[in-house]
Ligand binder design. Structure first.
Ligand SMILES: [Zn+2]
Length: 270
């Protein structure tokens, strides 16, 4: 599943070629994504220049003046540049054609993604209730501690809650908790302020490293430059059940929380 680092990598890859380009056409071959692609997507956006491409959580926000296109890659979506003559493949559901001939193409085999538009991005129902971005100053020890104090759930589930902080997926949650020395099953309200400071710093560090590596979790992730990338995070605990901890050699344990696998070192995380 594309996580925040993949989405940010996509954004950084798309921006230089699309900024300032005028959108000419949108071809929707299959509108049946997680929510139907609106019939008036092209009429709302065509003829406008792209003046910004930002990200909120895992949502890409294409700014076309007063109208914003919202794109979510869902479970299996990817955006890449295609050649004009390149025929669309089975799962290539949407094309955007720009004034210089640039062709942006969405592939989404499982169709859990979304392509929508809004004229009020701050109040859009998908975006209005999102927590702070993990890589901004709003996400700090004081904030995280206050959120934890209000919650009885396990800390791993709290940091994966988009209303607490956006973009911390399953892999990054396990890795961040390892770096902070906190067990994933610990009740959030039991965490001290210093533990929250370590965890907030660990989340920033893990996500920043993943963005620098170009994303990690989608095996056949297609780079926005068009080349196929095989990113693999050098994980310390994720997907390493039974293998020796890279710090202390204790076997890594796997537990299931909220139907998701969690991994931790019983010696390093107490
Ligand atoms: Zn260890």
């Amino acid at each position: 599943m594309p996580e925040l680092p993949e989405v940010e990598t996509t954004r950084l890859g798309l921006l230089p070629r699309l900024k300032g380009r005028v959108l000419k056409r949108i071809v929707v071959r299959n509108p049946r994504l997680r929510w139907p692609v609106p019939d008036d997507l092209e009429s709302q956006l065509a003829g406008r220049p792209l003046d910004s491409l930002s990200r909120r959580g895992k949502y890409l926000l294409f700014g076309f003046g007063s109208v914003t296109q919202i794109v979510h890659l869902g479970m299996s979506g990817s955006l890449r540049f295609a050649e004009a003559a390149e025929p669309a493949a089975l799962h290539d559901h949407i094309d955007w054609l720009f004034d210089d001939g640039t062709l942006l193409r969405l592939r989404d085999p499982r169709r859990f993604g979304a392509v929508l538009w809004t004229d009020d991005v701050t109040r859009h129902p998908l975006l209005a209730h999102l927590g702070p971005e993990p890589l901004t100053p709003a996400f700090d020890a004081v904030y995280l501690h206050a959120q934890c104090q209000r919650r009885t759930a396990a800390i791993k589930q709290v940091i994966m809650d988009a209303q607490v902080v956006v973009g911390v997926g399953n892999i990054y949650a396990s890795e961040s908790l390892f770096h902070a020395g906190i067990r994933p099953g610990t009740a959030a309200r039991r965490l001290s302020r210093p533990a929250c400071a370590r965890l907030a710093a660990a989340i920033r560090q893990v996500l920043t490293a993943a963005i620098a590596a170009g994303g990690s979790s989608l095996r056949d992730y297609v780079h926005s430059s068009g080349e196929l990338g095989y990113f693999q995070l050098q994980t310390r605990v994720y997907d390493r059940a039974g293998l020796p901890c890279k710090t202390c050699a204790t076997p890594i344990r796997r537990i299931v929380q909220g139907q998701r696998a969690s991994f931790y070192c019983p010696a390093c995380q107490r």
